[in-house]
Write a protein that binds this ligand. Sequence first.
Ligand SMILES: Nc1ncnc2c1ncn2[C@@H]1O[C@H](COP(=O)(O)OP(=O)(O)OP(=O)(O)O)[C@@H](O)[C@H]1O
Length: 249
Amino acid sequence: MTSTRNPAGIRLVDLTLTHGRRPAVHHVSGHFAPGSLTAVVGPNGAGKTTLLRALAGLHKPESGTIAQDGTARIALLPQLAALDRAFPIACLDVVMQGLWPRLGAFRAASTQDRARATQALAAVGLDGFEKRPVGSLSAGQTQRLLFARLLVQDADILLLDEPFNAVDARTSADLLRLVREWHGQGRTVVAVLHDLDLVAREFPETLLIARDAIAWGPTAQALTAGNRLKARMMAEAWSDEAEVCDRAA
Ligand SMILES: Nc1ncnc2c1ncn2[C@@H]1O[C@H](COP(=O)(O)OP(=O)(O)OP(=O)(O)O)[C@@H](O)[C@H]1O
């Protein structure tokens, strides 16, 4: 399920993202280097999910730019809660969704495509789950399923929104192994996380964000007590009424 990697990073220049006129991410600049493994951390409401969606091209910048270093395939793992588990769809069909961008609107899936999806299910520990309805899975199994959908996308840049949230320890360990493998293959991985111990152990780079970027660099330097305090104080100082500023004015 691997191919020659296309090392790809993403550069942010003075990026501001809003919901309406309310800022979610404020004048952030920096670089997710090709092949880097970066945690995005910060208080609730800090703009982490909004940033990830913008990196995936799903949220248009209010101002500033998001530029890839080259042409790269990007795949997003949304938060588990974003999946409609009441929708009657079988596991294999969820994984097949990951092939849609390459199949296009009109080409039907081939036997090979189905075999790839079946292999991806096996790779995340869900062999034999092809026909199981999504609604019958546990949270951990559902997250494994979403990782299988990511696997078939064979992306150069992987964006993971709280990939280990609400899943059991065994599932976390298995999925973490996959993240390490992706990093080892030279893919660029950006993950929103809340568990700072896990970040310190496993993620070489960290972006600490509280609407503004508080720190971005090697994890030990980004996650100092001083920076964490600053992020907390910024979050406490936010006004829900604040509108986006115009630095050019
Ligand atoms: N669809 C939306 N409409 C309006 N405001 C939104 C929307 N989505 C997010 N926001 C607001 O934008 C800000 C950033 O939200 P975001 O979900 O990006 O934060 P987060 O850091 O991912 O938070 P959490 O850690 O709680 O998941 C918050 O103030 C949030 O209320």
